[in-house]
Design a protein around this ligand. Structure first.
Ligand code: NOJ
Length: 549
């Protein structure tokens, strides 16, 4: 590959904490269970904050803990200002935020504005009040098509499979829109009461002291006028690749401009990060213009195969797309919706993000470690999903009867196997649910979970946990990491990526075979064994090395 500067970088002007932050995603159900009911909770998270401080992350993003019937693991919110009793109380949330701050950690909470739960007060009243009522106008209710209104109002499909409409059982027989499960009716964001309510919810949590929001389905809030048919297009294939009348509509940006003004009123650089699935990095960049949100997840990067050309292209595209809007690029390999990357990379590439096969686990782990060092060497902000620092694989053999992912139960759903990345994480070698809690775990843990536990890995310099700790420690002390907006590609053999940034070089061998390369300086950190031989070194297959120049 030829040397090439990704983009001409302006002087490093960054000051704000979030521009190069490493943000750790806690999935509260599966992190730590303090009350022994088999389900993680806020007290559990609080008890493990010192672990996260020692890991070296800057902020913690918590997936939803609000009052919810849990039809979609809390992404169906019944009360945006209350904690679900299974997770604790508002008092627990307050204590968690305070303790985190005392440890120098920031807290980001999940905000779910596209839809509520069907048990939300507004929706329950809307059902009762009937067609034409003020409450129905806050959602998308429509009469059906066909002679007796027996057909859905349009041809949209739910992301979880099946029609995106459910008919009410009342005599009027209206239908309501839900882009996800029927228990998750979509709000009508054209209605001023919806916008007002969310501005108030933002303030509620900002007043509680949170440092930011992860915005669920940020691309979905506004639907095209008239809710037009998509005309039989294969919606699931087009999602994220094409503009659909329910996603990535230009109207969403006005909402985020109003949120940015609220965030800016609060001290301490409060932020919002968009979960926005758009057709391109350029469309994603629109969500992070200077007067909108601060970051957007980089799903193009998450979906990239373990392949040098593909990764270099997505890195270049991501950096180039963010440059004009001045937002940091972000990098992510795993989250609660996709197969963990240790398992994705254990399988032949190109299989997508929902896998049911364990693949070659040793290979997957080796690549996952290398992928993490690559990610953490890139300029911008990086997201870590709980358990990836232990090298956890996806649990691909969960029996059907324990599965809870709502899309598993809806035919032809896109993401039916998300439970595999949500299995409670192991803290200890033995004991009830490997230290997750005293009362078992809501999804069964594999028999080898103890070997992967924090206890088993702590202090073992060859462990994945210690690799993450070292990487994050280096990132904190080495100015060349995280900051800036560009990488300088260096010449490298086929299948190898090499780039320089600010007195620092990262070399990644994405092939299975070792390659010989000139020594770059001193090894700072490596995901595998590196053998030096005079002025050359041997970079093993599927390995990343960080060098100081
Ligand atoms: C994205 C969330 O990450 C996912 O878990 C959820 O099912 C959907 N949004 C719907 O809220």
């Amino acid at each position: 590959m030829t040397p090439h500067l990704t983009a001409s970088a302006p002087a490093d002007t960054h000051t704000a904490w979030w521009q190069d932050a490493v943000i750790y995603q806690v999935y509260p159900r599966s992190f730590a269970d303090a009350d022994g009911d088999g389900m993680g909770d806020l007290e559990g998270v609080r008890s493990r904050l010192p672990y996260l401080r020692d890991l070296g992350v800057d902020a913690v993003w918590l997936s939803p803990f609000y009052a919810s019937p849990q039809a979609d693991a809390g992404y169906d919110v019944a009360d945006y200002r209350a904690i679900d009793p299974m997770f604790g109380t508002l008092h627990d949330a307050d204590a968690l935020i305070r303790d985190a701050h005392a440890l120098g950690l920031r807290i980001i909470v999940d905000l779910v504005p596209n839809h509520s739960s069907d048990q939300h007060e507004w929706f329950k009243r809307a059902l009762k009040e009937g067609p034409g009522s003020a409450l129905r106008a806050r959602y998308h209710f429509r009469p059906g098509r066909g002679e007796n209104g027996e057909l859905p109002p349009n041809d949209w499909e739910s992301i979880f499979g099946g029609p995106a409409w459910t008919r009410t059982s009342g005599p009027d027989g209206e239908w309501y829109l839900h882009l996800f499960a029927p228990e998750q009716p979509d709000f009508n964001w054209e209605h001023p009461a919806v916008a007002d309510e969310f501005r108030s919810i933002l303030r509620f949590w900002l007043d509680m002291g949170v440092d930011g929001f992860r915005v669920d389905v940020a691309h979905g809030l506004v639907k095209a006028a008239g809710l037009p048919d998509i005309g039989g297009a294969d919606q699931l294939k087009l999602l994220g690749n094409d503009v659909m009348p329910f996603f990535d509509q230009d109207g969403v940006h006005e909402i985020y401009r109003s949120w940015r003004r609220i965030l800016a009123e609060y001290p301490g650089e409060r932020i919002a990060v968009a979960e926005a699935w758009t057709p391109s990095a350029d469309r994603t960049a629109l969500y992070v213009r200077p007067d909108e949100l601060h970051q957007a997840f980089n799903f193009q990067y998450l979906g990239a195969p373990w392949d040098a050309e593909a990764l270099r292209e997505v890195i270049d595209d991501s950096l180039a797309a963010m440059l004009p809007v001045g937002a940091p690029a972000t990098w992510v390999l795993s989250n609660h919706d996709v197969t963990r990357h240790a398992t994705r990379f254990a399988n032949p590439s190109g299989l997508g993000t929902q896998l049911r096969t364990p693949g070659d686990r040793a290979l997957g782990l080796r690549r996952a470690r290398a992928a993490t060092l690559l990610m953490l060497a890139l300029p911008g902000s990086a997201y870590i999903y709980q358990g990836e620092e232990l090298g956890l694989p996806d649990v691909t053999d969960l029996p059907d009867e324990v599965r809870q992912d709502p899309s598993f139960f809806r035919a032809e759903g896109q993401d039916g196997f998300r439970d595999g990345c949500r299995v409670p994480i192991p803290w200890t070698v033995d004991g009830s649910s490997y230290g997750f809690g005293s009362g078992g775990s809501w999804l069964p843990q594999p028999a080898d979970w103890g070997k992967l536990s924090v206890e088993a890995q702590e202090g073992d310099s060859s462990s994945t946990l210690e690799l993450y700790r070292s990487a994050l420690a280096v990132r904190r002390t080495h100015p060349g990491l995280g900051r800036g907006t560009a990488v300088q590609w260096l010449e490298a053999p086929e299948g190898v990526l090499a780039f320089a940034r600010d007195g620092f070089v990262c070399t990644v061998n994405l092939t299975a075979d070792a390659v010989r390369m000139p020594v770059r300086g001193d090894v700072l950190l490596a995901s595998g064994e590196v053998v030096r031989d005079g002025s050359e070194f041997e970079l093993p297959g599927d390995t990343t090395v960080w060098w100081t120049m």
